[in-house]
Design a protein around this ligand. Structure first.
Ligand SMILES: NC(=O)c1ccc[n+]([C@@H]2O[C@H](COP(=O)([O-])OP(=O)(O)OC[C@H]3O[C@@H](n4cnc5c(N)ncnc54)[C@H](O)[C@@H]3O)[C@@H](O)[C@H]2O)c1
Length: 484
């Protein structure tokens, strides 16, 4: 990113606002001392807290959150209280209607976008056109038309976008990339990938705004953008074709009745069946959730605990996708949102063997806890000839997403972060390449027809990827198996 917009007190503001020479000198001293980058956030809900805590904690020497913008004034007040508690200056509050005014008044270096998914593009494009860089949460956006707007705005503005694909940074996933780059299994010809969401965290997608496809793009975009990005990045390749089927069969009023409930209600808090429903979610029980959502419902009418059996939910809970890659690899992927445990299995089938990797992210309700890191993460190389070899998983700092969040935040905020051989920093090209697989899958659900990625947007360049063993290298005949 360009550091040229720099310091907290701008020379022109200072010259315009201060008359006295000594005050001017003091302000210019303060300016010289404060070389931190100036950030503003839009959408200050749950995810934005990761950025707040980074800028009030380990990265306070690198940047300051100078302002925040949201549709909900209650959440802006809550943010101010949290900043004061953390010993930081409360960010200047702006309502969403004043987003452009905020950019005009403050001229920040970068805008952190953490609104619900379908609103990202609007803020990203306005920020780029105002001359700011952008850090946006995944998914970069939700439709091909919105992705096109962003790709065009980056080219037009010359500014930069960072898409926060934190999954790339989990040490054990970075390790998989290293094994593939080292050619341990040769060229990858196909990938089998199953992702499971459980009925604790996974069911939450059906309670929140995520259950409305117009806002989240459905789980193919909102959730699977992480997974498609991982495969794109693991393979250093670009998806070219998609075929998929998807359905919602579990989170339905019919399923509620199969569980002996009367059916769907509006929300858990006022539900007459809260004692009978094992999906009951008590929003008041967690002080942070209460402060963030329940206490601020009066401003926007948003319920964070909507019934998971509501008929109006329009996202899928069962999805199967086949993706073709430019380099010839095929991916077979499934996402299921009502399982006993949460996590994934992936296998890369290569010309010299198979790499198997699995992670339990969250155990089932009954078995919660009790999983050590060694139980939870497994990586194994199974050579085409010879004995399988377990790989000791790399694990990192504690914290969100397998320690990935902390590594990623250092990569974003710390100007002295080490150079990354795995090229994990993602921009709009990776952001688009991953969501377009989900967008194409959504299209397949509607039409039953395969979709070509090239038909969705124009001008999508390849991201800069780390070098992999060539797909086109001649494949040596594997040695004969020894007779038993
Ligand atoms: N990388 C990850 O692992 C990860 C994890 C969680 C969330 N996310 C992403 O972060 C983003 C935010 O998710 P969240 O869980 O914090 O949601 P949230 O509902 O907790 O917060 C969203 C915030 O945006 C505000 N908002 C809504 N509409 C707005 C608008 N039009 N303009 C301005 N503000 C608006 C809401 O009032 C709220 O404060 C999403 O894009 C989500 O996909 C990423």
């Amino acid at each position: 990113m360009d550091h040229s917009e720099g310091p907290a007190v701008r020379r022109r503001d200072v010259l315009g606002g201060l008359a006295a020479g000594t005050a001017l000198a003091a302000a210019l001293d303060a300016q010289a001392a404060d070389r931190r980058k100036r950030y503003v956030s839009v959408g200050v809900g749950s995810r934005n807290r990761m950025f707040q805590q980074a800028l009030w904690g380990p990265h306070k020497a690198h940047g300051e959150l100078i302002a925040a913008c949201d549709v909900n004034p209650g959440r802006l007040d809550y943010l101010a209280r949290e900043a004061t508690k953390a010993g930081a200056r409360p960010p200047k509050p702006y309502l969403a209607a004043d987003f452009d005014k905020m950019l005009r008044e403050l001229k920040p270096d970068a805008v952190i976008v953490t609104t619900p998914d379908a609103f990202h593009d609007d803020y990203v494009v306005r920020a780029l056109d105002a001359g700011c860089d952008v850090i946006t949460e995944k998914p970069m956006t939700t439709t091909a038309a919105k992705a096109q707007r962003i790709l065009d705005a980056v080219k037009r503005s010359g500014r930069h976008i960072r898409v926060t694909f934190n999954y790339r940074y989990s040490p054990f996933r970075s390790q998989v990339k290293e094994l593939l780059m080292a050619g341990e299994i040769g060229d990858v010809l196909s990938v089998d990938f199953q992702w499971l969401l459980n009925t604790v965290h996974g069911a939450d997608y059906f309670r929140r705004w995520h259950s409305n496809k117009a806002i989240s793009g459905g789980l193919m975009v909102h959730k699977a953008t992480h997974h498609f990005d991982l495969v794109n990045w693991w393979l250093s390749d670009m998806p070219v074709s998609v075929n998929a089927t998807g359905k919602r069969e579990f989170y339905t009023p019919e399923m509620a009745r199969r569980f002996g409930l009367d059916g769907a209600h509006q929300r858990c808090r006022t539900c007459p069946e809260k004692a009978e429903c094992s999906f009951f979610f008590d929003l008041a029980a967690d002080p942070a959730l209460k402060a963030l959502y329940l206490d601020n419902e009066k401003y926007d009418g948003y319920f964070r605990d909507q019934c998971v059996w509501r008929p109006e939910i329009n996202i899928e809970d069962t999805m199967n996708v086949i993706v073709g890659y430019a380099g010839g690899t095929t991916l077979s992927y499934s996402l299921n949102a009502f399982n006993a445990w949460e996590g994934y299995h992936i296998a890369f089938n290569g010309t010299k063997g198979r790499l198997e990797h699995s992670v339990v992210e969250q155990a089932g309700v009954a078995g919660a806890g009790g999983h050590s890191v060694d139980d939870r993460i497994k990586t194994r190389i199974v050579p085409m000839r010879g004995d399988p070899r377990d790989i000791v998983p790399q694990t990192g700092a504690a914290g969100g997403h397998g320690g990935g969040d902390a590594v990623m935040l250092a990569d974003i905020f710390d100007p002295n972060a080490p150079k990354d051989a795995l090229l994990r920093a993602a921009d709009e090209r990776s952001g688009a390449a991953s969501i377009l697989v989900g967008v194409a899958a959504n299209k397949c659900f509607e039409t039953g027809q395969p979709v070509k990625i090239a038909d969705l947007v124009t001008g999508l360049d390849w991201p800069v990827y780390a070098k992999m063993p060539s797909h086109k290298a001649p494949v040596a005949q594997p040695p004969r198996m020894a007779k038993a």
